[in-house]
Design a binder for this molecule. Structure first.
Ligand code: AHG
Ligand code: MN
Ligand code: MN
Length: 358
């Protein structure tokens, strides 16, 4: 009897304990030890973001049961009007960062001007966090994966948290100190980088912990998937049209035709292509000359992640991470994914027809 109980304990320890999977918190602490001068502020910031992600995950998982589609006109238990889920997600991330005290400035898709936070006397408040609280939110109503995207910067040298203004956020993507996304899919995952590889954690719902499931993610150099809203074809530039036709040809080098996959949730399209290899394109077009996706909290964080995973991201001409932002909500064209695919797309846009285009 004693023996059975002992083996049960061992099995449980193997499934959830550090022997098998590291929790996000354990991983963050282990990483922090690599930097002798770290104060723990960045680790606390990541913890705050992961707590908000768990709350948003809980709300999304109940979206079909709770009346969270649209503005219901109902008043919730706190006396607030029930809000659309992307506003609710925005509020959860703001609250978590406010409580944590490590962030002095927030930029969110759901807030026009940027939010300056009061920092706590006992914390440093030296970080700026930009996020898309709910990406792909139009897919909520039809039970399709959605996500959250975040980007982290240091407050620039010489600015104190109490003097911060939204201009402090207008830094090129190369300055990011961390970036990540959460995908609320068939399982919930948090994927992030701090510039030393990409790590993916899967939420184990029964214990409420993110567990390291995808260490040091790398994306294939050449993929077979392309993801673009082809309904906009008439507005694409000629080089892009030719690139699409090239991907659709029956040929051997590289093996074509490629397959098309497009969910319409950037996080979900990106995540699939990261794991399987592919290119995601949301171009600038004749109709939308600046593209659709936002530079600061959609393109930049994903560009940081894809480069860390061995891939490439540009607007078709310029590396995303080197673009100097002019405004918090500015848009950009985006070509992101497997290196060989993005390089070839860029060549087509330059009108360089590689010899093997047939
Ligand atoms: P959001 O829900 O944050 O506004 O983002 C929607 C974005 C992105 O997730 C997706 O890739 C893109 O919109 C889809 O746009 P189209 O419907 O124009 O293809
Ligand atoms: Mn979005
Ligand atoms: Mn959004």
């Amino acid at each position: 009897m004693e023996q059975v109980m002992e083996s049960e304990t061992v099995v449980r320890a193997k499934s959830f304990g550090p022997g098998r999977f590291q929790t996000l918190e354990q991983f963050i602490i282990a990483q922090q030890h690599r930097f002798p001068h770290a104060t723990g502020a960045f680790s606390r910031l990541l913890r705050d973001l992961s707590v908000a992600a768990k709350i948003v995950n809980r709300d999304i998982r109940r979206a079909g049961l709770l009346d969270v589609f649209g503005d219901t006109g109902e008043v919730n238990i706190q006396g607030e009007q029930q809000q659309k889920l992307d506003l609710a997600a925005h509020n959860e991330f703001v609250r978590a960062l406010q409580r944590g005290g490590e962030c002095c400035l927030i930029g969110s898709e759901e807030d026009e001007h940027g939010i300056i936070l009061e920092t706590h006397p006992e914390s440093e408040g030296k970080y700026i966090v930009l996020f898309d609280p709910l990406d792909g939110s139009s897919n909520i109503d039809v039970n399709v994966s959605v996500g959250t995207i975040f980007s982290i910067y240091h407050l620039p040298e010489g600015i104190e948290p109490r003097d911060v203004s939204v201009e402090a956020a207008l830094q090129p993507g190369v300055e990011q100190v961390g970036a990540g996304y959460v995908i609320y899919g068939s399982s919930t995952m948090l994927v992030y980088t701090t510039g030393d590889g990409v790590y993916g954690f899967t939420l184990e719902p029964s214990i409420g912990e993110f567990l390291l499931s995808h260490p040091r993610l790398q994306t294939p150099k050449q993929g077979k998937l392309y993801s673009i809203n082809e309904g906009n074809y008439v507005w694409f530039e000629e080089g892009l049209k030719r690139y699409i036709k090239w991907m659709q040809r029956n040929a051997d080098e590289p093996k074509r035709p490629f397959s098309t996959r497009y969910i319409g949730s950037f996080v979900a399209d990106f995540h699939r292509n990261l794991l399987k290899g592919g290119i995601f394109i949301y171009p600038a077009t004749a109709k939308n000359p600046s593209g659709k996706l936002r530079l600061m909290y959609e393109a930049n964080p994903m560009a940081f992640i894809i480069e860390q995973a061995g891939g490439r991201a540009s607007d078709g001409h310029t590396r995303i991470l080197e673009k100097q932002p002019q405004a918090l909500h500015e848009r950009t064209g985006l070509f992101i994914g497997s290196e060989a695919m993005v390089l070839r797309a860029e060549a087509f846009l330059r009108d360089e027809r590689p010899p093997d285009i047939l």
